[in-house]
Design a protein around this ligand. Structure first.
Ligand code: HEC
Ligand code: HEC
Ligand code: HEC
Ligand code: HEC
Length: 447
Protein backbone atom coordinates (compact mmCIF):
# COMPACT_ATOMS: atom_id res chain seq x y z
CA UNK A 1 0.00 0.00 0.00
CA UNK A 2 1.30 3.44 -0.92
CA UNK A 3 1.21 6.09 1.72
CA UNK A 4 1.23 9.60 0.42
CA UNK A 5 3.90 11.63 2.12
CA UNK A 6 2.99 15.11 3.19
CA UNK A 7 5.16 17.05 5.60
CA UNK A 8 5.18 14.96 8.77
CA UNK A 9 5.01 18.04 10.95
CA UNK A 10 1.80 19.04 9.26
CA UNK A 11 0.31 15.56 9.67
CA UNK A 12 1.17 15.37 13.32
CA UNK A 13 -0.52 18.69 13.90
CA UNK A 14 -3.77 17.86 12.22
CA UNK A 15 -3.95 14.28 13.37
CA UNK A 16 -2.84 14.89 16.92
CA UNK A 17 -6.44 14.47 17.93
CA UNK A 18 -9.59 14.99 15.93
CA UNK A 19 -8.78 16.61 12.62
CA UNK A 20 -10.02 20.12 12.99
CA UNK A 21 -11.48 22.04 10.09
CA UNK A 22 -8.99 24.91 10.03
CA UNK A 23 -5.99 22.60 9.69
CA UNK A 24 -7.39 19.83 7.54
CA UNK A 25 -7.13 20.47 3.79
CA UNK A 26 -9.86 17.88 3.14
CA UNK A 27 -12.47 19.84 5.06
CA UNK A 28 -14.91 21.57 2.66
CA UNK A 29 -12.80 20.52 -0.33
CA UNK A 30 -15.56 18.39 -1.88
CA UNK A 31 -19.21 18.83 -2.78
CA UNK A 32 -22.08 16.48 -2.08
CA UNK A 33 -22.45 15.86 -5.80
CA UNK A 34 -18.93 14.37 -5.88
CA UNK A 35 -20.44 11.31 -4.15
CA UNK A 36 -23.07 8.92 -5.46
CA UNK A 37 -25.99 8.24 -3.15
CA UNK A 38 -26.32 4.72 -1.74
CA UNK A 39 -29.76 4.57 -3.38
CA UNK A 40 -28.12 5.16 -6.72
CA UNK A 41 -25.57 2.37 -6.17
CA UNK A 42 -28.19 0.09 -4.71
CA UNK A 43 -31.38 0.37 -6.73
CA UNK A 44 -30.42 -0.93 -10.12
CA UNK A 45 -27.10 -2.64 -9.60
CA UNK A 46 -25.88 -3.59 -6.11
CA UNK A 47 -29.33 -4.47 -4.79
CA UNK A 48 -28.24 -7.22 -2.43
CA UNK A 49 -25.38 -5.31 -0.75
CA UNK A 50 -27.50 -2.19 -0.53
CA UNK A 51 -30.24 -4.01 1.38
CA UNK A 52 -27.65 -5.49 3.76
CA UNK A 53 -25.98 -2.13 4.33
CA UNK A 54 -29.39 -0.46 4.90
CA UNK A 55 -30.00 -2.55 8.00
CA UNK A 56 -26.48 -2.19 9.40
CA UNK A 57 -25.32 0.58 11.71
CA UNK A 58 -23.15 1.92 8.86
CA UNK A 59 -26.20 3.44 7.22
CA UNK A 60 -27.42 4.85 10.54
CA UNK A 61 -24.22 6.34 11.90
CA UNK A 62 -25.73 9.84 11.65
CA UNK A 63 -29.44 9.22 12.12
CA UNK A 64 -29.49 6.64 14.93
CA UNK A 65 -31.28 8.12 17.97
CA UNK A 66 -28.40 7.77 20.42
CA UNK A 67 -25.93 9.29 17.94
CA UNK A 68 -28.25 12.24 17.43
CA UNK A 69 -28.72 12.73 21.17
CA UNK A 70 -25.03 12.47 22.02
CA UNK A 71 -23.91 14.75 19.23
CA UNK A 72 -26.53 17.47 19.50
CA UNK A 73 -27.21 17.42 23.25
CA UNK A 74 -23.74 16.73 24.62
CA UNK A 75 -20.90 17.11 22.09
CA UNK A 76 -21.97 20.27 20.24
CA UNK A 77 -22.92 22.34 23.33
CA UNK A 78 -19.81 21.10 25.13
CA UNK A 79 -17.63 22.08 22.14
CA UNK A 80 -19.15 25.57 22.21
CA UNK A 81 -18.27 26.00 25.90
CA UNK A 82 -14.82 24.43 26.15
CA UNK A 83 -12.06 25.36 23.66
CA UNK A 84 -10.17 22.17 24.55
CA UNK A 85 -12.88 20.05 22.91
CA UNK A 86 -14.10 22.64 20.35
CA UNK A 87 -12.85 20.55 17.44
CA UNK A 88 -15.33 17.71 18.00
CA UNK A 89 -18.19 19.82 16.73
CA UNK A 90 -16.72 19.17 13.31
CA UNK A 91 -14.67 16.06 14.07
CA UNK A 92 -17.48 13.64 15.01
CA UNK A 93 -18.70 13.93 11.44
CA UNK A 94 -15.44 12.75 9.90
CA UNK A 95 -16.53 9.22 10.80
CA UNK A 96 -20.30 9.47 11.34
CA UNK A 97 -21.23 11.77 8.43
CA UNK A 98 -18.11 11.83 6.24
CA UNK A 99 -19.81 13.50 3.27
CA UNK A 100 -20.96 16.41 5.41
CA UNK A 101 -17.44 16.76 6.80
CA UNK A 102 -15.84 16.69 3.37
CA UNK A 103 -18.43 19.14 2.01
CA UNK A 104 -17.81 21.48 4.95
CA UNK A 105 -21.41 21.24 6.10
CA UNK A 106 -20.90 20.97 9.87
CA UNK A 107 -22.63 20.76 12.19
CA UNK A 108 -24.95 19.12 9.69
CA UNK A 109 -28.69 19.79 9.94
CA UNK A 110 -30.52 17.37 12.25
CA UNK A 111 -31.54 14.04 10.71
CA UNK A 112 -35.15 15.21 10.24
CA UNK A 113 -33.95 17.74 7.63
CA UNK A 114 -33.00 14.90 5.28
CA UNK A 115 -29.64 16.38 4.43
CA UNK A 116 -27.11 14.10 2.72
CA UNK A 117 -25.31 13.83 6.06
CA UNK A 118 -27.96 11.16 6.71
CA UNK A 119 -26.24 8.86 4.20
CA UNK A 120 -23.61 8.33 6.90
CA UNK A 121 -20.94 5.72 6.06
CA UNK A 122 -22.13 5.33 2.48
CA UNK A 123 -20.92 3.03 -0.31
CA UNK A 124 -19.12 5.87 -2.04
CA UNK A 125 -17.22 6.79 1.12
CA UNK A 126 -15.62 3.38 1.65
CA UNK A 127 -15.17 2.71 -2.06
CA UNK A 128 -13.42 6.05 -2.63
CA UNK A 129 -10.80 5.45 0.06
CA UNK A 130 -7.35 5.04 -1.46
CA UNK A 131 -5.19 4.99 1.68
CA UNK A 132 -4.56 6.69 4.98
CA UNK A 133 -2.08 9.30 6.16
CA UNK A 134 0.75 8.18 8.43
CA UNK A 135 1.46 4.75 9.92
CA UNK A 136 -1.57 4.13 12.13
CA UNK A 137 -5.14 4.29 10.88
CA UNK A 138 -7.24 6.44 13.28
CA UNK A 139 -9.44 9.55 13.49
CA UNK A 140 -10.67 9.25 9.88
CA UNK A 141 -7.22 9.81 8.37
CA UNK A 142 -8.45 8.44 5.05
CA UNK A 143 -7.12 9.66 1.72
CA UNK A 144 -10.30 9.90 -0.27
CA UNK A 145 -10.70 10.19 -4.05
CA UNK A 146 -14.34 10.17 -5.09
CA UNK A 147 -14.96 9.91 -8.83
CA UNK A 148 -15.28 7.56 -11.75
CA UNK A 149 -12.88 5.03 -10.18
CA UNK A 150 -14.12 2.87 -7.29
CA UNK A 151 -11.64 0.99 -5.14
CA UNK A 152 -12.32 -2.66 -4.39
CA UNK A 153 -10.48 -5.94 -3.97
CA UNK A 154 -11.46 -8.20 -6.83
CA UNK A 155 -10.94 -6.31 -10.04
CA UNK A 156 -12.24 -9.19 -12.17
CA UNK A 157 -15.59 -7.68 -13.07
CA UNK A 158 -16.09 -4.72 -15.32
CA UNK A 159 -18.76 -2.19 -14.64
CA UNK A 160 -20.48 -0.20 -17.38
CA UNK A 161 -20.95 2.54 -14.79
CA UNK A 162 -17.51 3.06 -13.22
CA UNK A 163 -13.92 1.87 -13.28
CA UNK A 164 -12.72 -0.60 -10.65
CA UNK A 165 -9.24 -0.29 -9.25
CA UNK A 166 -7.87 -3.02 -7.00
CA UNK A 167 -6.85 -1.65 -3.62
CA UNK A 168 -5.52 -4.30 -1.25
CA UNK A 169 -6.03 -1.98 1.70
CA UNK A 170 -9.75 -2.86 1.60
CA UNK A 171 -8.86 -6.48 2.42
CA UNK A 172 -7.21 -5.54 5.68
CA UNK A 173 -8.20 -4.52 9.18
CA UNK A 174 -6.14 -1.35 8.69
CA UNK A 175 -8.88 -0.10 6.40
CA UNK A 176 -11.45 -0.44 9.21
CA UNK A 177 -9.07 1.10 11.75
CA UNK A 178 -9.35 4.44 9.93
CA UNK A 179 -12.66 4.94 11.78
CA UNK A 180 -12.46 2.23 14.45
CA UNK A 181 -9.51 3.81 16.29
CA UNK A 182 -10.08 7.18 17.89
CA UNK A 183 -7.92 9.54 19.92
CA UNK A 184 -9.53 12.17 22.13
CA UNK A 185 -8.44 15.84 22.07
CA UNK A 186 -6.35 14.87 25.13
CA UNK A 187 -4.37 12.35 23.06
CA UNK A 188 -5.99 9.29 24.70
CA UNK A 189 -7.01 6.19 22.70
CA UNK A 190 -10.75 6.20 23.35
CA UNK A 191 -11.56 3.70 20.64
CA UNK A 192 -9.04 1.03 19.75
CA UNK A 193 -10.82 -1.93 18.16
CA UNK A 194 -8.19 -2.11 15.42
CA UNK A 195 -5.25 -1.80 17.84
CA UNK A 196 -6.72 -4.53 20.09
CA UNK A 197 -7.12 -6.79 17.07
CA UNK A 198 -3.60 -6.08 15.86
CA UNK A 199 -2.10 -7.04 19.24
CA UNK A 200 -4.22 -10.17 19.47
CA UNK A 201 -4.11 -13.71 18.06
CA UNK A 202 -6.35 -13.17 15.00
CA UNK A 203 -4.09 -10.69 13.23
CA UNK A 204 -1.19 -13.15 13.58
CA UNK A 205 -3.32 -15.85 11.98
CA UNK A 206 -4.27 -13.58 9.08
CA UNK A 207 -7.91 -13.25 10.20
CA UNK A 208 -9.15 -9.74 9.39
CA UNK A 209 -12.19 -7.73 10.49
CA UNK A 210 -13.83 -8.56 7.15
CA UNK A 211 -13.74 -12.31 7.92
CA UNK A 212 -16.12 -11.86 10.86
CA UNK A 213 -18.11 -8.76 9.88
CA UNK A 214 -18.19 -9.17 6.08
CA UNK A 215 -18.14 -12.97 5.78
CA UNK A 216 -17.71 -14.61 2.38
CA UNK A 217 -20.78 -16.18 0.81
CA UNK A 218 -22.06 -17.18 -2.60
CA UNK A 219 -23.98 -14.30 -4.13
CA UNK A 220 -24.17 -11.82 -6.96
CA UNK A 221 -22.22 -8.66 -6.15
CA UNK A 222 -23.93 -6.69 -8.94
CA UNK A 223 -27.04 -7.37 -11.03
CA UNK A 224 -25.02 -7.35 -14.25
CA UNK A 225 -22.11 -9.21 -12.70
CA UNK A 226 -21.28 -12.84 -12.00
CA UNK A 227 -22.12 -14.97 -9.00
CA UNK A 228 -19.03 -15.48 -6.84
CA UNK A 229 -18.61 -18.13 -4.15
CA UNK A 230 -16.78 -15.68 -1.94
CA UNK A 231 -18.67 -12.40 -2.21
CA UNK A 232 -18.06 -10.15 0.75
CA UNK A 233 -21.40 -9.81 2.51
CA UNK A 234 -22.00 -6.25 3.71
CA UNK A 235 -23.46 -7.22 7.09
CA UNK A 236 -21.35 -5.11 9.48
CA UNK A 237 -23.17 -6.72 12.40
CA UNK A 238 -21.86 -5.86 15.83
CA UNK A 239 -23.15 -4.57 19.16
CA UNK A 240 -26.64 -3.96 17.74
CA UNK A 241 -27.11 -7.57 16.70
CA UNK A 242 -28.10 -9.84 19.59
CA UNK A 243 -26.96 -12.87 17.64
CA UNK A 244 -23.45 -11.46 17.35
CA UNK A 245 -23.27 -10.75 21.09
CA UNK A 246 -24.78 -14.02 22.28
CA UNK A 247 -22.31 -16.77 22.94
CA UNK A 248 -19.35 -14.45 22.40
CA UNK A 249 -18.10 -15.42 25.86
CA UNK A 250 -18.50 -18.99 27.11
CA UNK A 251 -18.76 -19.43 30.86
CA UNK A 252 -18.47 -22.47 33.10
CA UNK A 253 -19.00 -22.58 36.86
CA UNK A 254 -17.90 -25.31 39.31
CA UNK A 255 -17.68 -25.67 43.13
CA UNK A 256 -14.63 -26.72 45.18
CA UNK A 257 -16.77 -29.22 47.10
CA UNK A 258 -19.96 -31.04 46.08
CA UNK A 259 -21.55 -31.99 49.41
CA UNK A 260 -21.58 -29.89 52.57
CA UNK A 261 -23.61 -28.79 55.57
CA UNK A 262 -25.29 -25.47 56.41
CA UNK A 263 -22.79 -23.09 58.03
CA UNK A 264 -19.92 -24.40 55.90
CA UNK A 265 -18.22 -22.52 53.09
CA UNK A 266 -18.11 -23.30 49.38
CA UNK A 267 -16.10 -21.51 46.71
CA UNK A 268 -17.32 -21.37 43.13
CA UNK A 269 -14.96 -20.77 40.25
CA UNK A 270 -16.20 -19.26 37.01
CA UNK A 271 -14.13 -19.38 33.82
CA UNK A 272 -15.07 -16.88 31.12
CA UNK A 273 -13.56 -17.65 27.71
CA UNK A 274 -13.72 -15.16 24.85
CA UNK A 275 -14.41 -17.50 21.97
CA UNK A 276 -15.78 -15.20 19.31
CA UNK A 277 -14.52 -11.63 19.24
CA UNK A 278 -11.46 -10.58 17.25
CA UNK A 279 -10.77 -7.79 19.73
CA UNK A 280 -11.55 -7.18 23.36
CA UNK A 281 -15.07 -7.58 24.68
CA UNK A 282 -16.54 -5.04 24.92
CA UNK A 283 -14.83 -2.99 22.22
CA UNK A 284 -15.62 0.16 20.24
CA UNK A 285 -17.76 2.52 22.34
CA UNK A 286 -16.29 1.12 25.55
CA UNK A 287 -17.27 4.25 27.49
CA UNK A 288 -20.97 3.37 27.01
CA UNK A 289 -20.93 -0.40 27.31
CA UNK A 290 -21.37 -2.47 30.45
CA UNK A 291 -20.81 -6.24 30.74
CA UNK A 292 -21.47 -7.84 34.10
CA UNK A 293 -21.53 -11.30 35.67
CA UNK A 294 -24.38 -12.10 38.06
CA UNK A 295 -24.18 -15.24 40.20
CA UNK A 296 -27.22 -16.53 42.03
CA UNK A 297 -27.98 -19.64 44.11
CA UNK A 298 -31.43 -21.27 44.43
CA UNK A 299 -32.07 -23.67 47.33
CA UNK A 300 -34.37 -26.70 47.35
CA UNK A 301 -37.27 -24.51 48.50
CA UNK A 302 -36.80 -21.96 45.73
CA UNK A 303 -35.22 -19.22 47.87
CA UNK A 304 -32.63 -17.15 46.02
CA UNK A 305 -29.26 -15.84 47.23
CA UNK A 306 -27.11 -13.34 45.34
CA UNK A 307 -23.41 -14.23 45.42
CA UNK A 308 -21.15 -11.16 45.05
CA UNK A 309 -17.83 -11.76 43.32
CA UNK A 310 -14.68 -12.26 45.46
CA UNK A 311 -12.27 -9.33 45.35
CA UNK A 312 -8.89 -10.00 43.74
CA UNK A 313 -7.08 -6.91 45.01
CA UNK A 314 -5.71 -5.38 41.79
CA UNK A 315 -5.37 -1.65 41.28
CA UNK A 316 -8.56 0.03 40.12
CA UNK A 317 -10.66 -3.02 40.96
CA UNK A 318 -13.34 -0.82 42.52
CA UNK A 319 -14.40 0.14 38.98
CA UNK A 320 -14.96 -3.52 38.12
CA UNK A 321 -17.31 -4.36 40.97
CA UNK A 322 -20.74 -2.81 40.87
CA UNK A 323 -21.50 -0.39 43.67
CA UNK A 324 -23.85 2.39 44.67
CA UNK A 325 -21.86 5.44 43.52
CA UNK A 326 -22.50 8.38 41.22
CA UNK A 327 -20.54 9.24 38.08
CA UNK A 328 -20.68 11.02 34.70
CA UNK A 329 -20.91 14.48 36.31
CA UNK A 330 -19.44 16.08 33.16
CA UNK A 331 -22.76 15.63 31.35
CA UNK A 332 -23.78 18.65 33.44
CA UNK A 333 -21.53 20.93 31.36
CA UNK A 334 -23.46 20.54 28.12
CA UNK A 335 -26.78 20.26 29.95
CA UNK A 336 -26.19 23.54 31.79
CA UNK A 337 -26.56 21.99 35.25
CA UNK A 338 -23.90 23.51 37.53
CA UNK A 339 -22.63 21.11 40.23
CA UNK A 340 -24.43 18.21 38.60
CA UNK A 341 -24.26 15.30 41.05
CA UNK A 342 -24.18 12.65 38.35
CA UNK A 343 -26.14 9.43 37.94
CA UNK A 344 -25.55 5.83 39.04
CA UNK A 345 -22.19 4.63 37.74
CA UNK A 346 -23.25 1.04 37.04
CA UNK A 347 -26.98 0.60 37.65
CA UNK A 348 -26.64 -3.20 37.88
CA UNK A 349 -26.86 -5.43 41.01
CA UNK A 350 -24.29 -4.40 43.62
CA UNK A 351 -21.34 -6.77 44.01
CA UNK A 352 -21.40 -8.11 40.45
CA UNK A 353 -18.14 -8.25 38.46
CA UNK A 354 -18.00 -5.73 35.62
CA UNK A 355 -15.78 -6.28 32.59
CA UNK A 356 -14.87 -2.79 31.44
CA UNK A 357 -12.31 -0.03 31.16
CA UNK A 358 -13.32 3.23 32.88
CA UNK A 359 -12.77 6.58 31.10
CA UNK A 360 -11.98 9.65 33.20
CA UNK A 361 -12.57 13.34 32.47
CA UNK A 362 -9.88 15.99 33.20
CA UNK A 363 -11.27 16.25 36.77
CA UNK A 364 -10.77 12.51 37.31
CA UNK A 365 -14.48 11.60 37.29
CA UNK A 366 -15.80 8.73 35.25
CA UNK A 367 -17.23 9.84 31.89
CA UNK A 368 -19.20 8.46 28.95
CA UNK A 369 -18.03 11.42 26.84
CA UNK A 370 -15.12 9.91 25.00
CA UNK A 371 -14.06 13.33 23.63
CA UNK A 372 -13.71 14.59 27.23
CA UNK A 373 -11.44 11.70 28.25
CA UNK A 374 -8.09 12.68 29.72
CA UNK A 375 -7.20 9.31 31.29
CA UNK A 376 -8.12 5.63 31.14
CA UNK A 377 -8.46 3.33 34.13
CA UNK A 378 -7.84 -0.38 34.62
CA UNK A 379 -8.55 -2.44 31.49
CA UNK A 380 -10.58 -5.37 32.78
CA UNK A 381 -12.18 -6.38 29.48
CA UNK A 382 -11.86 -9.91 28.13
CA UNK A 383 -9.26 -10.09 25.35
CA UNK A 384 -9.62 -12.23 22.22
CA UNK A 385 -9.20 -15.92 23.21
CA UNK A 386 -8.48 -14.82 26.79
CA UNK A 387 -9.96 -16.68 29.76
CA UNK A 388 -10.74 -14.76 32.92
CA UNK A 389 -11.17 -16.70 36.18
CA UNK A 390 -13.52 -15.37 38.85
CA UNK A 391 -14.53 -16.69 42.27
CA UNK A 392 -17.60 -16.39 44.46
CA UNK A 393 -17.37 -17.62 48.04
CA UNK A 394 -20.65 -18.57 49.71
CA UNK A 395 -20.97 -19.01 53.47
CA UNK A 396 -23.99 -21.27 53.63
CA UNK A 397 -26.70 -19.85 55.93
CA UNK A 398 -27.45 -22.06 59.00
CA UNK A 399 -31.08 -22.42 57.99
CA UNK A 400 -30.37 -23.59 54.43
CA UNK A 401 -32.79 -26.45 53.61
CA UNK A 402 -31.24 -29.80 52.70
CA UNK A 403 -31.22 -30.95 49.09
CA UNK A 404 -29.88 -29.50 45.87
CA UNK A 405 -28.51 -25.98 45.67
CA UNK A 406 -28.36 -24.76 42.09
CA UNK A 407 -25.90 -21.98 41.30
CA UNK A 408 -26.10 -20.05 38.03
CA UNK A 409 -23.65 -17.57 36.55
CA UNK A 410 -25.04 -15.23 33.91
CA UNK A 411 -23.08 -12.79 31.76
CA UNK A 412 -25.10 -9.74 30.68
CA UNK A 413 -24.39 -7.01 28.14
CA UNK A 414 -25.91 -3.56 27.83
CA UNK A 415 -24.95 -1.10 25.09
CA UNK A 416 -25.47 1.92 27.32
CA UNK A 417 -25.47 2.21 31.13
CA UNK A 418 -29.16 2.44 32.09
CA UNK A 419 -28.88 5.50 34.35
CA UNK A 420 -27.27 7.51 31.53
CA UNK A 421 -29.95 6.43 29.06
CA UNK A 422 -32.67 7.45 31.53
CA UNK A 423 -31.06 10.84 32.14
CA UNK A 424 -30.76 11.58 28.40
CA UNK A 425 -34.03 9.93 27.33
CA UNK A 426 -32.31 7.49 25.02
CA UNK A 427 -34.84 4.98 23.63
CA UNK A 428 -35.08 1.60 25.34
CA UNK A 429 -33.46 -0.57 22.69
CA UNK A 430 -30.09 0.94 23.60
CA UNK A 431 -30.38 -0.44 27.16
CA UNK A 432 -32.00 -3.80 26.56
CA UNK A 433 -30.16 -6.48 28.47
CA UNK A 434 -28.64 -9.13 26.23
CA UNK A 435 -27.76 -12.39 27.94
CA UNK A 436 -24.37 -13.27 26.48
CA UNK A 437 -24.28 -16.69 28.11
CA UNK A 438 -25.03 -18.63 31.28
CA UNK A 439 -24.05 -21.82 33.03
CA UNK A 440 -25.23 -23.64 36.18
CA UNK A 441 -23.82 -26.14 38.64
CA UNK A 442 -25.27 -28.01 41.64
CA UNK A 443 -24.11 -28.89 45.13
CA UNK A 444 -25.87 -31.02 47.75
CA UNK A 445 -26.77 -29.55 51.14
CA UNK A 446 -26.68 -32.33 53.76
CA UNK A 447 -29.05 -32.63 56.71
C1 HEC B 1 -15.61 5.90 7.21
C2 HEC B 1 -15.57 5.37 8.55
C3 HEC B 1 -15.72 3.87 8.75
C4 HEC B 1 -15.02 2.85 8.15
C5 HEC B 1 -13.95 2.95 7.10
C6 HEC B 1 -15.49 1.63 8.77
N1 HEC B 1 -16.44 1.91 9.71
FE1 HEC B 1 -17.47 0.56 10.85
N2 HEC B 1 -18.57 2.07 11.67
C7 HEC B 1 -18.34 3.41 11.47
C8 HEC B 1 -19.22 4.17 12.32
C9 HEC B 1 -19.27 5.68 12.42
C10 HEC B 1 -20.00 3.23 13.03
C11 HEC B 1 -21.00 3.53 14.14
C12 HEC B 1 -22.40 3.48 13.74
C13 HEC B 1 -23.21 3.98 14.92
O1 HEC B 1 -23.55 3.17 15.78
O2 HEC B 1 -23.40 5.17 15.00
C14 HEC B 1 -19.57 1.92 12.58
C15 HEC B 1 -20.13 0.72 13.01
C16 HEC B 1 -19.62 -0.53 12.70
C17 HEC B 1 -20.15 -1.77 13.20
C18 HEC B 1 -21.41 -1.92 14.03
C19 HEC B 1 -21.14 -1.84 15.49
C20 HEC B 1 -22.39 -1.86 16.32
O3 HEC B 1 -22.38 -1.13 17.30
O4 HEC B 1 -23.34 -2.57 16.03
C21 HEC B 1 -19.36 -2.77 12.73
C22 HEC B 1 -19.48 -4.24 13.01
C23 HEC B 1 -18.34 -2.15 11.92
N3 HEC B 1 -18.54 -0.79 11.90
C24 HEC B 1 -17.34 -2.85 11.26
C25 HEC B 1 -16.48 -2.27 10.33
C26 HEC B 1 -15.56 -3.02 9.52
C27 HEC B 1 -15.38 -4.51 9.58
C28 HEC B 1 -14.92 -2.13 8.72
C29 HEC B 1 -13.87 -2.41 7.68
C30 HEC B 1 -14.23 -3.32 6.62
C31 HEC B 1 -15.44 -0.81 9.03
N4 HEC B 1 -16.37 -0.94 10.02
C32 HEC B 1 -15.02 0.37 8.43
C33 HEC B 1 -17.42 3.97 10.61
C34 HEC B 1 -16.60 3.26 9.74
C1 HEC C 1 -17.51 0.37 5.69
C2 HEC C 1 -17.01 0.35 4.34
C3 HEC C 1 -17.89 -0.15 3.24
C4 HEC C 1 -19.14 0.27 2.90
C5 HEC C 1 -19.99 1.29 3.62
C6 HEC C 1 -19.50 -0.44 1.71
N1 HEC C 1 -18.50 -1.28 1.34
FE1 HEC C 1 -18.48 -2.47 -0.32
N2 HEC C 1 -16.75 -3.29 0.31
C7 HEC C 1 -16.01 -2.88 1.41
C8 HEC C 1 -14.83 -3.70 1.52
C9 HEC C 1 -13.79 -3.56 2.62
C10 HEC C 1 -14.86 -4.62 0.46
C11 HEC C 1 -13.83 -5.71 0.13
C12 HEC C 1 -13.70 -6.72 1.24
C13 HEC C 1 -12.63 -7.77 0.97
O1 HEC C 1 -12.41 -8.14 -0.19
O2 HEC C 1 -12.04 -8.21 1.95
C14 HEC C 1 -16.08 -4.32 -0.28
C15 HEC C 1 -16.46 -5.00 -1.46
C16 HEC C 1 -17.52 -4.59 -2.27
C17 HEC C 1 -17.82 -5.14 -3.56
C18 HEC C 1 -17.06 -6.27 -4.23
C19 HEC C 1 -17.47 -7.58 -3.61
C20 HEC C 1 -16.71 -8.76 -4.13
O3 HEC C 1 -16.83 -9.82 -3.48
O4 HEC C 1 -16.03 -8.63 -5.13
C21 HEC C 1 -18.91 -4.46 -4.04
C22 HEC C 1 -19.60 -4.69 -5.35
C23 HEC C 1 -19.29 -3.50 -3.04
N3 HEC C 1 -18.42 -3.60 -1.97
C24 HEC C 1 -20.34 -2.63 -3.15
C25 HEC C 1 -20.80 -1.82 -2.13
C26 HEC C 1 -22.04 -1.09 -2.15
C27 HEC C 1 -23.00 -1.02 -3.31
C28 HEC C 1 -22.17 -0.45 -0.96
C29 HEC C 1 -23.30 0.39 -0.46
C30 HEC C 1 -24.62 -0.21 -0.46
C31 HEC C 1 -20.98 -0.76 -0.21
N4 HEC C 1 -20.18 -1.59 -0.93
C32 HEC C 1 -20.70 -0.25 1.04
C33 HEC C 1 -16.32 -1.86 2.26
C34 HEC C 1 -17.50 -1.15 2.25
C1 HEC D 1 -12.81 -13.44 15.02
C2 HEC D 1 -13.94 -12.64 14.63
C3 HEC D 1 -13.83 -11.13 14.71
C4 HEC D 1 -12.84 -10.32 14.19
C5 HEC D 1 -11.56 -10.73 13.49
C6 HEC D 1 -13.26 -8.96 14.43
N1 HEC D 1 -14.45 -8.94 15.10
FE1 HEC D 1 -15.53 -7.31 15.63
N2 HEC D 1 -16.83 -8.46 16.65
C7 HEC D 1 -16.84 -9.85 16.67
C8 HEC D 1 -17.90 -10.30 17.55
C9 HEC D 1 -18.25 -11.74 17.86
C10 HEC D 1 -18.51 -9.15 18.06
C11 HEC D 1 -19.68 -9.08 19.06
C12 HEC D 1 -19.18 -9.00 20.48
C13 HEC D 1 -18.62 -7.65 20.79
O1 HEC D 1 -19.39 -6.68 20.80
O2 HEC D 1 -17.40 -7.56 21.00
C14 HEC D 1 -17.82 -8.02 17.49
C15 HEC D 1 -18.12 -6.69 17.75
C16 HEC D 1 -17.60 -5.61 17.06
C17 HEC D 1 -18.00 -4.24 17.25
C18 HEC D 1 -18.98 -3.76 18.30
C19 HEC D 1 -18.23 -3.67 19.62
C20 HEC D 1 -19.00 -3.12 20.76
O3 HEC D 1 -18.93 -3.68 21.87
O4 HEC D 1 -19.64 -2.10 20.59
C21 HEC D 1 -17.26 -3.48 16.38
C22 HEC D 1 -17.34 -1.99 16.21
C23 HEC D 1 -16.38 -4.38 15.67
N3 HEC D 1 -16.60 -5.66 16.11
C24 HEC D 1 -15.46 -4.00 14.69
C25 HEC D 1 -14.38 -4.81 14.31
C26 HEC D 1 -13.21 -4.35 13.60
C27 HEC D 1 -13.01 -2.92 13.12
C28 HEC D 1 -12.37 -5.41 13.46
C29 HEC D 1 -10.99 -5.44 12.88
C30 HEC D 1 -10.04 -4.44 13.40
C31 HEC D 1 -13.05 -6.56 14.04
N4 HEC D 1 -14.24 -6.15 14.55
C32 HEC D 1 -12.54 -7.85 14.05
C33 HEC D 1 -15.98 -10.67 15.98
C34 HEC D 1 -14.83 -10.25 15.30
C1 HEC E 1 -12.58 8.00 14.43
C2 HEC E 1 -13.97 7.86 14.04
C3 HEC E 1 -15.02 8.37 14.99
C4 HEC E 1 -15.12 9.63 15.52
C5 HEC E 1 -14.21 10.81 15.29
C6 HEC E 1 -16.32 9.61 16.34
N1 HEC E 1 -16.90 8.38 16.29
FE1 HEC E 1 -18.61 7.82 17.23
N2 HEC E 1 -18.31 5.91 16.66
C7 HEC E 1 -17.34 5.49 15.77
C8 HEC E 1 -17.43 4.08 15.59
C9 HEC E 1 -16.55 3.25 14.70
C10 HEC E 1 -18.48 3.64 16.43
C11 HEC E 1 -18.98 2.21 16.62
C12 HEC E 1 -18.31 1.60 17.80
C13 HEC E 1 -19.10 0.47 18.40
O1 HEC E 1 -20.10 0.08 17.84
O2 HEC E 1 -18.72 0.01 19.46
C14 HEC E 1 -19.01 4.83 17.07
C15 HEC E 1 -20.08 4.82 17.96
C16 HEC E 1 -20.68 5.96 18.46
C17 HEC E 1 -21.84 5.97 19.28
C18 HEC E 1 -22.53 4.76 19.84
C19 HEC E 1 -23.59 4.25 19.01
C20 HEC E 1 -24.07 2.96 19.62
O3 HEC E 1 -25.16 2.90 20.07
O4 HEC E 1 -23.30 2.03 19.61
C21 HEC E 1 -22.16 7.28 19.53
C22 HEC E 1 -23.34 7.81 20.33
C23 HEC E 1 -21.15 8.08 18.89
N3 HEC E 1 -20.26 7.25 18.25
C24 HEC E 1 -21.09 9.47 18.92
C25 HEC E 1 -19.97 10.20 18.54
C26 HEC E 1 -19.77 11.60 18.83
C27 HEC E 1 -20.77 12.49 19.54
C28 HEC E 1 -18.55 11.93 18.33
C29 HEC E 1 -17.82 13.24 18.44
C30 HEC E 1 -17.58 13.69 19.79
C31 HEC E 1 -18.00 10.74 17.71
N4 HEC E 1 -18.89 9.72 17.86
C32 HEC E 1 -16.78 10.71 17.07
C33 HEC E 1 -16.40 6.29 15.15
C34 HEC E 1 -16.14 7.60 15.47
Amino acid sequence: MKIKVISTIFISVFLLSFASDSLDPRYASFKYKDFETPQYCGTSCHIDFYQQWKQSMMSQAYVHHWDEIEYFELAVPHADLDPKVAEVKTGCNGCHAPMAYLAGNTPPPKPEANDRANEAVACDICHSIEGFEGDIPFNFNYIIKPGKTKFSTRGAGNSPNHNIKVNDLLKTGDFCGICHNEKSPFGIWVKSTHLEWKEGPYYKQGVHCQDCHMPKGKSRTAELGKVYDDSRQHLFHGAHDEGKIKGTIELRIHPDIRELEPGERVKFTIALYNAKTGHKFPSGSVEDRIVWMHVEATDSKGNKYHLPVDKKGFEGEEYTISSDVLAYQDMGIAKGIPNFKGVQRDDVPIGDRIFRMPYFDPQGRMTIQQWNTAKLGVDYRIGPKETKIEHCTFNLPDNLPPGKLKVTAVLNYQKLVKSVANFLNVPKDETEIVKVNEHSTEIIILQ
